[in-house]
Design a protein around this ligand. Structure first.
Ligand SMILES: Nc1ncnc2c1ncn2[C@@H]1O[C@H](COP(=O)(O)OP(=O)(O)OP(=O)(O)O)[C@@H](O)[C@H]1O
Ligand SMILES: [Mg+2]
Length: 585
């Protein structure tokens, strides 16, 4: 007896539907994409009970005549491609001819449509993939599809649905991302009779659309970004470090207008923001990526939500560099006077070499105070006022408040700098830079330090002796339960309590000892700890010279405006803010 049977169409359709229609949001996605492919400028979406009871999408697109409407519900029927070559240069969102029949197989679907040329429209009803009615109908030009009782005939799938709130939130995000990508198209989303998105007007710019979705105040928190090279055009907005979110759900990437999720892109963003944001905080990203269609494969995921780039490293690096550059140049504290000149030079070299580590011209040298000859003028703290950047745009140090904050002036603005946070940033970047150059300077201790450890610590530290030497600690075993520290990173200076610091580092080594630890993350954590311990503290009195030194060094950093833990280093009060506070305006 033969065991193998050919499955009947009903089962085949349900299996196929299982791939395309994962949840209500997948239906909304396919229907909106069809409307967009049909050239609609207005799309209305309604859902009930998280989309499980009802989803309806209507558009004012090109519509279908009777014959096309019937074909549209057949499997593999598409008007969008003819052969494989077309996929490689696809410019529509759909191309498989699978969406409508898949949805119809697992729901009660009604398609009503009319082209502008026809006076009468046409309606088809399908239940569980079977046509139940076909008739002419009076309707506006365009197409409306309603999908009721999704998964009514696939109870297992229905059981796997999350709460209505979860399903609604997937739909909301989906509509948001398509509305962002197609910002010139009008969208409206209703849930159980209430408008939850829009109506978003037609013809909006990308920024206007972001503001419509996130509130107008977001515009102040966005930095524009534009990069063009032979392969792609990258444009859009990223949030300043002052605005961040607890998840990465506010990161939108549109590859040739197709919203995609991509770990490569998320990682590129993560790397670009590096230590600017506090741990577990994420920026908002709104990026339109226009790339030659032949360099991206859209046909790797059943619902097309993931894409593959032919050069993943390339795109990763363009995005990381692009965002880093934007943050450095445009974020928060404008660099003026002499600083502007420097960053321009930096920028030119960087563009030519695509190499981010240009900062070596600044680090590893003597303190900037010696590098720049400051013009001197008579000033505040008894002796001389020293405009750090020289000329009109220079930063002039005014004094120290509470032995913790440095007050300075730049043009008509007032700057307040947290001395500890600022030094943390400076020391952290110094360490990172010298480490990437394999040159963390180390200094021999006059009196080596012996430290005792529990046995588990001993084992872990022993495994990391070489790693520790790479970051400036020369240590060796000293008996069964202790280590002797002979050299420490020079940056640490005399005031640092080396014992405590090394104990903290040992704890980090323990924390990152199981499995295959990410050494880059571990190193970063250690650098943050070292930077913190070696920095001037709040409450330490600073001389004028020291304050100037701090400000010059801070502004040589790539990210001067936050400490490595993401706290701000500088608060700027503009003249108009001061005027407001004194009720002069
Ligand atoms: N809203 C609409 N307006 C006009 N034509 C539509 C609309 N929706 C579907 N069609 C037509 O029906 C066809 C089938 O749609 P379907 O979504 O099943 O496949 P597709 O969009 O071609 O490919 P994919 O399965 O990748 O979405 C489309 O190619 C299009 O010609
Ligand atoms: Mg489609």
């Amino acid at each position: 007896m033969t065991k193998i049977r050919i499955l009947d169409d009903d089962i085949i359709n349900k299996i196929a539907a299982g791939e395309v229609v994962e949840r209500p949001a997948s239906v909304v996605k396919e229907l909106i994409e069809n409307s967009l492919d049909a050239g609609a400028s207005e799309i209305k979406i309604s859902i009930k009970k998280g989309g499980l009871k009802l989803i309806s999408v209507s558009d004012n697109g090109c519509g279908m005549n009777e014959r096309d409407a019937v074909l549209a519900l057949e499997r593999y029927a598409t008007s969008k491609i003819r052969d494989m070559d077309d996929i490689a240069r696809i410019s529509t969102l759909g191309f498989r001819g699978e969406a409508l029949p898949s949805i119809a197989a697992v729901s009660v679907l009604r398609l009503t449509t009319r082209t502008k040329e026809n006076t009468a429209g046409f309606q088809i009803m399908m239940t569980g993939g079977k046509k139940t009615e076909e008739k002419s109908a009076g309707c506006p030009a365009g197409t409306a599809v309603t999908v009721e009782n999704l998964f009514f005939n696939t109870p297992v799938r229905l059981k796997f649905m999350k709460t209505e709130t979860t399903e609604t939130s997937h739909i909301l995000r989906l509509v948001q991302s398509l509305a962002l990508s197609y910002h010139e198209v009008s969208f409206e989303l209703n849930e159980d009779g209430k408008t939850v998105i829009g109506p978003l007007p037609r013809g909006q710019s990308f920024l206007e659309r972001i503001s419509s979705l996130y509130g107008t105040r977001i515009a102040e928190e966005l930095l524009p970004l534009k990069i063009k090279n032979a392969f792609l055009i990258l444009s859009g907005f990223v949030t300043k470090p002052s605005l961040s979110y607890p998840t990465n759900k506010h990161q939108f990437f549109m590859v040739n207008t197709r919203p995609v999720s991509s770990r490569v892109l998320n990682h590129a963003v993560h790397q670009a923001y590096g230590s600017i944001l506090m741990n577990n905080r994420h920026p908002g990203i709104f990026l339109l990526i226009n790339i030659n269609p032949s360099l991206v494969d859209v046909n790797i995921h059943p619902t097309k939500k993931e894409v593959r780039f032919s050069d993943e490293n390339g795109i990763h690096s363009v995005i990381t560099q692009g965002i880093k550059k934007t943050l450095r140049e445009k974020a928060i504290i404008p660099q003026v006077g002499r600083w502007a000149g420097l960053s321009e030079r930096k920028q030119k070299i960087e563009e030519a070499s695509q190499d981010y580590l240009i900062k070596n011209r600044f680090f590893g040298k003597e303190p900037a105070g010696d590098v720049f000859a400051f013009p001197r003028e008579k000033g505040a703290f008894g002796k001389k006022e020293e405009p750090i950047a020289g000329g009109e745009g220079g930063i002039v140090t005014m004094g120290q408040v509470n032995n913790t904050y440095i007050v300075a002036r730049e043009g008509s603005d007032m700057l307040i700098i947290d001395q500890h946070a600022a030094w943390e940033r400076i020391n952290y970047e110094t360490l990172k830079y010298s480490h990437s150059n394999h040159s963390v300077a180390s200094q021999r201790l006059l009196l080596p330090i012996t430290l005792d450890f529990p046995l588990q610590h001993m084992k872990v530290i022993k495994e990391r002796i070489e790693f520790l030497s790479g970051i400036g600690f020369e240590i060796s075993e000293f008996g069964p339960q202790s280590f002797i520290i002979k050299s420490v990173p020079s940056l640490l200076g005399e005031k640092v309590d080396t014992r405590r610091l090394f104990m903290d580092i040992a704890d980090l080594l323990m924390e990152y000892s199981s499995g295959k630890p990410d050494m880059e993350v571990l190193t970063d954590e250690i650098f943050k700890t070292m930077a913190c311990k070696s920095s001037v503290k709040g409450g330490d009195r600073q001389s004028g010279e020291e304050m100037n030194h701090l400000i010059s060094r801070l502004f040589e950093c790539n990210m001067p405006y936050t400490c490595p833990h993401g706290r701000p280093t500088i608060i700027r009060m503009t003249a108009s803010e001061l005027e407001k506070r004194f009720k002069r305006t």
